[in-house]
Design a protein around this ligand. Structure first.
Ligand code: BJW
Length: 254
């Protein structure tokens, strides 16, 4: 697709939102669903794809409870390495654009699959972290949760003596029930427009959300560098780096 065609799609999406805003005024409810692609512009690798985290690692050897039971030191090494990268990076214009939309009273929620805290650091407050947070640890014995402020040099230990684990959702684990219920309610009852930003749309149950949105007559606008399974249901797919396309889109609608 040429740059000119991309611009045309962005303009069409903007003018539809403007029409919706004229009709609904301040009651227009926009929700963002984000994935690792939104943090790529900050220098944080995505999971899949040619530069993805899993190009050199087998996900099943790291992001499962079985992997942690088998080799917690290896799993912690991987998380400590990622924490180090994240701490050396900052939010990018896409994260800040969502904050601007929130400040204008147009963004109801950011539903993020990311564990990197960059939305929070940018200033997003209505945040649902569906896959947890890489800086939070939890104890599988006493349930105690604590926050890390730096990358641990060895697996952290709870006051009760048990090795802590990262408080993230691994494959085969269920997402927090309260958060899932909230997400479901947000999509069904508090959303006119869903912005789907930088996710491959292959990890369930979150991959179902754009489809649930369509079933509820919600306008779905995708921001990604490539086509994804979401492209088939999106009303608009705005191709390009979200750190460039999202700020432009948001500047135009506010
Ligand atoms: C840019 C860009 C730029 C790049 N600008 N864009 C139904 C069917 C089939 C399987 C299942 C199913 N239900 C459940 C499952 C099993 C499993 C699953 O989904 N498997 C599939 C992979 C097949 N799901 C689970 O196990 C979930 N649990 C669950 O459902 O429990 C009940 C149950 C269990 C078992 C069976 C049945 C039911 C839990 C999922 C937990 C996911 N955890 C991870 C790791 C988190 C911790 C950590 O960070 O270490 O979450 S996996 C990883 O993928 C991470 C992400 O949040 C998640 C999504 O990835 P994301 O963000 O989309 O990243 P990428 O890399 O995939 O994509 C990046 C995108 O950005 C690409 O599209 C690029 O093009 C784009 N991009 N640069 C804009 N500059």
């Amino acid at each position: 697709m040429s740059k000119m065609e991309e611009e045309k799609i962005l303009d069409a999406a903007v003018s539809l939102i403007k029409k919706l805003t004229e009709k609904k005024g301040e009651t227009l409810k926009i929700v963002a669903l984000t994935g690792s692609g939104i943090s790529k512009g900050s220098g944080i690798p995505t999971f899949r794809g040619k530069d993805g985290l899993w190009k050199n690692y087998n996900a099943m050897e790291l992001a499962t409870p079985q992997a942690f039971r088998r080799d917690p030191i290896l799993v912690w090494e991987w998380y400590a390495w990622r924490i180090g990268i994240i701490l050396s990076k900052d939010p990018n214009p896409a994260h800040y654009a969502l904050v601007k939309l929130q400040e204008k009273g147009l963004l109801e929620w950011v539903i993020t699959q990311n564990v990197d805290s960059l939305h929070f650091r940018a200033g997003s407050t209505n945040l649902l972290e569906v896959h947890g947070n890489i800086f939070r640890t939890k104890c599988m014995s006493c349930g105690q949760k604590t926050m890390l402020i730096e990358a641990p040099s060895k697996p952290p230990i709870c006051d009760c003596g048990t090795m802590l684990r990262p408080d993230v959702v691994w494959f085969g684990e269920t997402l927090d029930r309260e958060i899932l219920l909230k997400v479901d309610d947000v999509i069904r009852n508090n959303c006119d427009v869903l912005l789907v930003i930088g996710t491959s749309g292959v990890v369930y149950p979150i991959a179902d959300l754009p489809f649930l949105a369509k079933m509820n007559n919600i306008l779905v606008i995708e921001f990604n560098i490539d086509e994804t399974p979401i492209t088939q249901v999106a009303d608009f797919s705005i191709f390009g780096k979200s750190e460039e396309t999202l700020p432009k889109f948001i500047e135009n609608i506010i």
